[in-house]
Write a protein that binds this ligand. Structure first.
Ligand SMILES: Cc1cc2nc3c(=O)[nH]c(=O)nc-3n(C[C@H](O)[C@H](O)[C@H](O)COP(=O)(O)OP(=O)(O)OC[C@H]3O[C@@H](n4cnc5c(N)ncnc54)[C@H](O)[C@@H]3O)c2cc1C
Length: 556
């Protein structure tokens, strides 16, 4: 049987086949009865990032993770067979490359085992008519792919990339600072020569920008191919997502060598090396509030842990408010939580295979770590409608197909592969979310049947094992995936910027003194950005009279 260390590293052989639930090993021994400055509830990448900066600052930190392995949605596990390392949720770490944590190598996580691989091609998008657009790290090569369909669209792609590059530092400066720290996006744009151009574009619908900028439907479908990450493309205030492909043109879609979870494992190692303690199998069920201040937490096993300075939560705000008396949160905060809405919901099947997906291209086949299927612009636009009426739509389903083992052979036994097929279906279906248990196999099979139109080599005999996770399973495996949400909740205007998680409470300080919140429910939201994590550290360190800059000057 496999064993796990305190922080939940998988050690030794796991029995095959493995599903997700068998990782529910016994709770770890209680932490020593010593005192901690900071107790952290939940070990997602964001809370681990905050903790890492606090630990480097010299604060003694205890992290309590409810699941057997740290990492939340940034985690890797042998979900199917021994030796097949599947990313349980995220794989692409694009956005964190603009975070000073990685961009400036602030914590030197390479010393703790983190190493990135930069897939090239970046992404491949085949279409039902047999044509395709491949995004390569080389801009000219990508532009040539667009030119197959339209010379005008090829020129547009190059122009939009340059436009994006010119303002990306402004977006980054705002994203990687807590709300209200430094100038607002509007103020920064007002000082930029192209600021007015961007103010309009940000407020527009992504679809309006894409439709007006590109003339060919293949090129438009390429630009629309990631609807799950964001609001539906026809919604106002989604304009920035029309520029989404340029961020990955800049960084690729980087993968930690060994698995997405290597980021969170490296952070856990960093924390332990800085005198922190990380415990797994420790679901937190209650906040301890004394004299009006959050003084610690209590776990479901009855253990309790005290914090001299603060409690940091990355629990979902919908669950957080049940952990202390309602009157402590205040009416406005409760209203903000009560009106919180979910975002796009994922449907995932992970396969252990003997071959990677092979995409037919001119002159042979192409191997690509990342592939997205988005048949037409109309299909992208239909997405929002299916969600709002709770319909499971398996007609030409938008799919994201990820085969990390192509670029990282450590993910699977020699010559073998891990393949993730990520679809997007509503959690709240007409028959109720529990109905997912009855239909998930059927939906998974429909996705595979559709995928085989594009990768005929992925026949049954190449598939050794698989595991299906419906949107309901997503919530079961991580309570942060509230109602199946892949980013903890909608990232629309009502839950963005100074309104995330709740208007008036966007600076990580919660209504109960001594309680801070980080993670995807806080600004700027979900994805592997690490921004909520680093931003929370900025706020906490400021409250304690220091700063990240001062902390980074420390030699340890
Ligand atoms: C299927 C899927 C695929 C995705 N793919 C990508 C991708 O490729 N790229 C990308 O950028 N983003 C992706 N995302 C989104 C991204 O992974 C998440 O938005 C991000 O990882 C959230 O990080 P977090 O630190 O906020 O919290 P989480 O990763 O959600 O971590 C929260 C942690 O807190 C723990 N916890 C919660 N409640 C308690 C409690 N009461 N007691 C103790 N512990 C608790 C949870 O167990 C979990 O470990 C994907 C998401 C999903 C679901």
């Amino acid at each position: 049987m496999s064993t796990i260390s305190r922080r939940g590293f998988v050690k030794g052989a796991a029995l095959a086949p493995l599903a997700f639930t068998p990782f529910s090993l016994q709770a770890q021994a209680a932490a020593p009865a010593d005192r901690f400055d900071v107790v952290v509830a939940g070990a997602g990448h964001n809370s681990l990032i905050t903790t890492a900066y606090l630990a480097k600052a010299g604060y003694r930190c205890l992290v309590l993770e409810g699941r057997p392995i740290v990492g939340g949605c940034v985690k890797t596990a042998e979900l199917t067979l021994r030796g097949f390392k599947h990313d349980t949720c995220s794989s692409a770490h694009t956005a964190i490359f603009d975070n000073p944590l990685i961009r400036d190598d602030e914590l030197k996580l390479g010393d703790y085992g983190l190493e990135y691989i930069y897939p090239d091609p970046v992404i491949h998008r085949p279409f039902p008519d047999g044509s395709y657009i491949t995004q390569w790290r080389d801009l000219d090569r990508t532009v040539a792919e667009f030119a197959k369909f339209s010379k005008k669209d090829a020129a547009t792609y190059r122009r939009m990339m340059a436009e994006y590059e010119a303002v990306a530092p402004i977006f980054d400066a705002v994203t990687f600072a807590p709300v209200g720290f430094g100038k607002s996006l509007n103020d920064r744009l007002a000082e930029h020569p192209r600021g007015k151009y961007w103010q309009r574009r940000i407020a527009m619908a992504a679809w309006d920008i894409i439709r007006d900028s590109f003339e060919d439907d293949h090129c438009r479908a390429f630009m629309l191919a990631s609807p799950w990450s964001n609001q539906p493309a026809q919604f106002p205030m989604t304009g920035r997502t029309a520029y989404g492909p340029f961020q990955q043109q800049r960084h690729s879609r980087p993968l930690p060598k060994g698995g997405s979870g290597e980021l969170t494992q490296a952070l856990a190692r960093f924390i332990e090396a800085h005198h922190g303690v990380v415990l797994t199998n420790k679901p937190v069920q209650r906040l301890i509030v004394e004299n009006g201040k959050c003084a610690g937490v209590e776990c479901t096993d009855g253990s309790s842990y005290r914090a001299d300075k603060a409690v940091l939560s990355t629990m979902h705000i919908k669950q957080l408010v049940d952990m202390a008396p309602r009157e402590l949160w205040g009416e406005d905060f409760m209203d903000g939580v009560n009106t919180w809405q979910p975002d796009a919901q994922a449907f995932e099947t992970d396969y252990a295979t003997t071959e990677p997906p092979k995409y037919p291209v001119q002159g042979g086949t192409l191997l690509s770590v990342h592939t997205e299927l988005m048949s037409t612009p109309e299909r992208a636009l239909r997405f929002a409608y299916d969600y709002s009426i709770g319909v499971v739509d398996v007609d030409d389903p938008p799919l994201h197909v990820i085969c990390c083992s192509i670029a990282d052979p450590t993910r699977a036994p020699a010559g073998m592969h891990t393949v993730k097929v990520l679809g997007y279906q509503p959690y709240d279906i007409k028959e109720g979310p529990q109905h997912w248990d009855a239909i998930k196999e059927e939906v998974s099979a429909a996705n595979l049947k559709y995928l085989r139109q594009f990768v005929p080599n992925l026949t049954d005999d190449k598939i050794l094992a698989r595991i299906v996770h419906s949107p309901l399973d997503m919530e079961r495996q991580n309570p942060m995936n509230w109602q199946g949400s892949i980013h903890a909740g909608s990232q629309g205007p009502a839950q963005s910027g100074a309104m995330r998680p709740v208007p008036g409470w966007a600076q990580h300080r919660m209504p109960i003194p001594g309680l801070y919140q980080t993670g995807a429910t806080t600004f700027p939201g979900g994805s592997v950005t690490g921004a909520p994590g680093r931003n929370a550290a900025v706020v906490m360190l400021k409250d304690w009279g220091t700063s990240i800059e001062q902390v980074l000057q420390k030699k340890t």
